[in-house]
Design a binder for this molecule. Structure first.
Ligand SMILES: Nc1ncnc2c1ncn2[C@@H]1O[C@H](COP(=O)(O)OP(=O)(O)OP(=O)(O)O)[C@@H](O)[C@H]1O
Ligand SMILES: [Mg+2]
Length: 247
């Protein structure tokens, strides 16, 4: 294993349900994620992207195979150890945001720090908040924010503790291109300037163009990988998959 490897999916399998209702969400997925590397994960709806992210972040348990983070086999950790690892080393942006409704945007953003009992690094927190561009909405509760604003709060919350690994499930799915570009630029800096390992699910070739590589999932398997993606190359590859699907 490369010394720079931070997270590993080792033949991860995930089957939901059983018998006739069984759904194979992941089918022997193996991949390595290195320090400072920005990986985009793409694939049709239902191809297993969120399941893979959840398994790698210790939010879901695979039915076979192993997920490793920082040399720890997540399956071997006790619940308290897993909770601590998630809190200290992983920032997660959920596809559905998962903000706490009773807290304001600001309180949601600094929640990981509050839970860890650490003081916010003022400078960094300010930078994150500036980058997500919430301006005067910080004192509002999630129900008073637009979908895009909630998504930006979720991004800031994942980044504020400077976790080693940032996992973002469609972080720009609800954003206009300008706010999207800001978040993507920030994720890229997290990887390039601060050596964080970034995993991002996206359906958008432009977003994927910010990454160092793209993993393509289909039916729970990695079917292709692209290094040095550009929006055009990604779009091209997606079209080819669509072609295969209708054949
Ligand atoms: N809790 C669950 N119970 C049963 N089936 C599930 C569950 N979660 C996901 N699945 C199924 O597993 C498969 C993969 O789901 P997953 O959410 O990982 O897809 P995805 O690639 O993230 O899709 P999308 O782009 O729509 O978010 C799908 O067929 C889905 O219906
Ligand atoms: Mg998903």
């Amino acid at each position: 294993m490369d010394q720079r490897t931070v997270a590993v999916a080792d033949r991860l399998g995930k089957v939901y349900g059983s018998g006739q209702a069984a759904v194979t969400a992941l089918d022997e997925v193996s991949a390595q994620f290195r320090r400072g590397e920005f990986t985009a994960v793409m694939g049709p709806s239902g191809s297993g992207k969120s399941t893979l992210m959840h398994c790698l972040a210790g939010l879901d348990t695979p039915t076979s195979g192993k997920a490793w983070v920082g040399g720890a086999d997540l399956g071997s950790l006790k619940e308290a150890e897993l909770t601590r690892l998630r809190r200290d080393r992983i920032g997660f942006v959920f596809q559905s945001f998962n903000l706490l409704p009773t807290l304001t945007a600001w309180e949601n953003i600094v929640l990981p720090l509050t839970l860890a009992g650490t003081k916010p690094d003022q400078d960094w927190t300010r930078r994150v908040v500036d980058a997500v561009g919430l301006g005067d909405r910080l004192g509002h509760r999630p129900s008073e924010l637009s979908g895009g604003q909630q998504q930006r709060v979720a991004c800031a919350r994942a980044l504020v503790s400077r976790p080693e690994i940032v996992v973002a499930d469609e972080p720009t799915g609800n954003l206009d291109s300008r706010s999207g570009a800001q978040i993507l630029g920030l994720l890229r800096r997290c990887a390039k300037e601060w050596g964080q390992t970034v995993l991002m699910v996206t359906h958008d070739p432009i977003a994927a163009g910010y990454a160092d590589r793209v993993l393509f999932l289909a039916d729970g398997r990695i079917v292709d990988e692209m290094a040095g993606p550009t929006p055009d190359l990604v779009l091209d590859r997606m079209r080819r998959f669509d072609g295969q699907a209708v054949r």
